[in-house]
Design a protein around this ligand. Structure first.
Ligand code: MF3
Ligand code: CO
Ligand code: CO
Length: 287
């Protein structure tokens, strides 16, 4: 592309002062035969600002859940809080209606790995661990994050699982650098989970996000370091490890088509952030 031409990122700026330097950094990786991200996955400044705002609201919604969640509540109560808070803040609960999902948030209790459907019948009780996973659309941009909540006193094992799962995510965030491989994330997460006697879910993972809820690349938490797509500045994606206290195997509830359980009924935990790859490392956009 010519220096004075408008940049391929659609910023409207001249290529020379926009992504020329980026292309020069990418060139040697291209020569080595690395799997490079397509231009469609590199967000421009305007898009990043839109995603940042969606992520700010996404975080506020989970803050609201954190301030209200307690024993005796149902997961339907959590759904109502997320739905109302999302609308109040000017967003849309993106889970509602997504591929037919019937609620505004996923609530996954104890041996539920992910995609638990909020229900009046599921009452949170002392000792439970629950993941609340919220995706928010604001002005066409998306943020996606989830947290674990411990209801009252939980067992030592449950607490350790929740803590180690967050450490897996935080270690990946601290260690990955621009132009690393997406597989490096799996290497970091697997190593820490295994060192603590836990197992990592293989079939589900993180994903590109921002202009849609789910974009490329798939972010495996079991992949090997040095494999997969290059993570370049301007990419927005989630890391969301699902870690099991027992075996890694999972199964789906055939009656609702959504709820994913651990095969052996062991506990499962998950944390998720939306992240922006920058020139220096990753920036957490929502948590
Ligand atoms: N928030 C989930 C994720 O982290 C996706 C939700 S699936 C839905 O990718 F059906 F509930 F929308
Ligand atoms: Co999510
Ligand atoms: Co996600």
């Amino acid at each position: 592309m010519e220096r004075q031409e408008k940049c391929w990122c659609k910023s409207g700026e001249p290529y020379e002062t926009c992504h020329k330097e980026y292309d020069e950094k990418i060139e040697p990786l291209k020569k080595k035969g690395c799997f490079l991200p397509p231009h469609s996955l590199i967000k421009n400044k305007k898009q990043i600002e839109g995603i940042r705002e969606a992520c700010r609201i996404n975080t506020l919604i989970l803050d609201k859940v954190a301030s209200e969640i307690k024993a005796g509540m149902t997961t339907e109560d959590i759904n109502r809080i997320v739905h109302e808070e999302t609308l109040r803040l000017g967003g849309r609960p993106a889970c509602l209606g997504y591929e037919g999902f019937p609620k505004s948030v996923c609530t996954s209790v104890n041996s539920v790995v992910c995609h638990g459907i909020p229900s009046k019948k599921v009452v949170l009780k002392e000792g439970d661990i629950v993941n609340v996973d919220c995706t928010t659309e604001v002005n066409g941009f998306y943020g996606d994050s989830s947290r674990m909540f411990e209801i009252g006193e939980v067992s030592a094992e449950a607490h350790k699982l929740v803590t180690v799962t967050k450490e897996c995510l935080d270690k990946a965030v601290a260690e990955i650098k621009p132009f690393c491989h997406v597989g490096d994330i799996g290497g970091i997460v697997s190593k820490h989970a295994k060192a603590n006697g836990f197992s990592v879910v293989r079939e589900l993972g993180g994903h590109g996000v921002g202009l849609e809820m789910h974009e490329d690349p798939f972010v495996s938490h079991t992949a090997k370091a040095g494999t997969g797509m290059i993570l370049a500045p301007g990419m927005v994606f989630t890391i969301e490890p699902m870690i099991n206290a027992g075996k890694a195997d999972i199964c789906i509830d055939e009656s609702d088509g959504w709820t994913i359980y651990t095969w052996d009924d062991s506990l499962s935990a998950q944390w998720e952030y939306t992240l922006l790859m920058t020139e220096n490392g990753v920036e957490i956009l929502s948590k």
